[in-house]
Every structure is written in structure tokens, then in C-alpha cells.
Design a protein around this ligand. Sequence first.
Ligand code: PMP
Length: 366
Amino acid sequence: MQQQTTRRAHNFNAGPSALPLAVLEKAQQELVDFRGTGMSVMELSHRSAAFDSVHNQAIALLRELLSIPNNYEVLFLQGGASLQFSMIPMNLLQPGKKAAYAVTGVWAEKAFIEAELVGDAYLAASTAEGNHKRIPSLDELKYDASDAYLHITTSNTIYGTQWKEFPRTGNVPLIADMSSDILSQPIDVSQFGLIYAGAQKNLGPSGVTIVIIRKDLIENANKSLPTMLRYSTFSESNSLYNTPPTFGIYMLGEVLQWAKEQGGVDVLAKRNAEKTALIYHAIDEGEGFYLGHAERDSRSLMNITFRLKTKELEDKFIKVAEQEGFIGVAGHRIAGGCRVSTYNSVPYESCKAFSEFMTDFRKKHE
Ligand code: PMP
């Protein structure tokens, strides 16, 4: 029988996005009979020993890959990163306290707006003027030692900017939405009070949200919230208070295992830098034809944003790119232009092929 090779698109979607082929193939192979249980992982009870080991293995791998200290809990929640926009102030913004928000894009702003609904939130910085082309410098940030926390968005998915260093906030907990860049580079978890991320970019399919939270923040959180909105509910039940998204957690575990086998976060970071260098090079080499959105020192290693010199050319670029198998090249509907997301699972070869496509397209249309 002739062997059929799987056709895989060059997938630059912003999320849900590419997953490692090896993970998909393993999931396919295990789908009908998961490790001798006679059922798929989706059909297991979430209280069974078989699922317990999937769940705990995913937590252990995340702890290992990010060197998460013991005084932090890893929680698996639902409701996306968007529910965290509300849960964070509900749990951590106590009456009489203020929360500071650095607004560096649409998602950061959404987080800020939710906090304003819950309590007293103010802007630590905003890059709205200039259309979120840059990350504020650390001395630009205004927050106070008495604040409940400072919130930042480490990679701004829509604008393609990324924080290169994080503020040292002392006793003020630093809270980070890392939806777009968790696991893409090494971080020092102890610099943060809370880190959160929807899984659907670097970690797995949509449906699971990861929260890494310092234990004292859980202990001192608002106790009068509805059960499903309290972090303590999930820390006390190992994230098994109610039925978790079992298949998503299984896939998360497999993606983390894959990340470990690749050599861990350091290796992934090096690969990500090489991948994005190819595409940023195509932008810079074609300066004037391609117009990068982010300022150079704020460029994201996960989301690359640019425009073409005319709208007509931009539309053509996106159309031809799609015909050539490059998917997800159109920018977010709010920002327009072009965007490619080069998450951990996007292969080097896809980035190379796309950078060559960019150069070819420019030469034909300059
Ligand atoms: N934060 C960032 C940085 C994002 O990119 C997104 C989604 N693209 C969100 C939050 C919202 O995530 P969710 O759809 O999981 O609620």
C-alpha cells in the first residue's frame, strides 16, 4: 500500500493555533483505547486513577518546565483568559486598595475594564497613543507600594509587542497575562504573584486556562465570592472541584511532554528567536514595501505584525499567501494589516517558507 503523507498547512493562526504533529498523532493513536482502559480519555471519569495521572502529570510537567517554586499553586480553570480578567480583581483587589494596569493593547484594556467594574483600578501606563507600537519603559510605569497588584500583558497578540524585561515590583504582586508567550522563553516565576494563560496558543487546545498563583495570595483573597470564582476552591481540590475539560488537560500534558523532549524552554526560546528572525528579516529587507508595526525593541517573538504599503497590495498578499498554504496571515479584525503567530509548535520550516514567500512577493510587486 502506498504510504500517504499527512498534508499540514503552514499554520500561523493566533489561537487556537498549531499543535505539534507528534502530539496530534499520539492522541490519534490513543484515541479509541486510552492506555488499555478500553475507552478514550474523553470517556474516563475525571475521578478515575487513569485520569488522575494525566492531570497530575500535566501539573508536574508545567512545574518542571517553568521551575515553579513550591509556594505557588498550578490551577487548571475554565472560562478562558477572559474570565481571569474578572477573577483577578474579584479575588485580589480588596476594598480600599487600588490595582494598577499597564494597557499595551486590546487584551490589556479588556483586563483593565473588568477591574474597573470590580474595584478601584487605574492606568500604570498606556501605549494607546501611537496605536500600541511599543512596550513602556520600566520607569514609565506608575504604581504605588500600597497597590493590590500591577497587571501587565507580556505579549500583545494583536499588536505584536512583547515585554523584554519585567518590573521588579517588590511587595506589589506582579500579575501577568502570558496567554501569548507562556513557555516561549525562560521566566523567573518568583518575580510574579500570578501568571495566567489560555492554553490555545502555546499549550494545547482551547478550553483550559492555566493559573500559576502564589499561595499567600490565595490565602488572603476575598472569601465572600461565589464558589466557582474563588481561587481557593480550585487550590483546595487540585482543580477537580467540578468536571474539568479532561481532553484539553490530556492534550496540554502531551504538549508539555513534547516541550520537554525538545529540550525545554531554553531550547524553545532559541528556536523561536531563529524562527522570528527569518520573518523580521524579510520585513526589514523590504522596508518601505513591508511596514513593521511594533518598534524594533518591542517586537514580539510570538506575534509578528506588519502592513504593506497599500491596502490593495495587502489584500493581494493575504490572498496569495493563503493560496500558497500560509494560513492565518490576516491581522486581527481590530488592527487590520497582517499578522503571523509563530508559537512554539510552528515549525522552523514554515517560518522559512513564509519569509521566502515574503521576499518573492516583494520582488514581484515592488
Ligand atoms: N489575553 C491575550 C493576550 C490574548 O491574546 C487573548 C486571546 N487571543 C486573551 C487574553 C483572551 O483569551 P480567551 O479567549 O482565552 O478568553
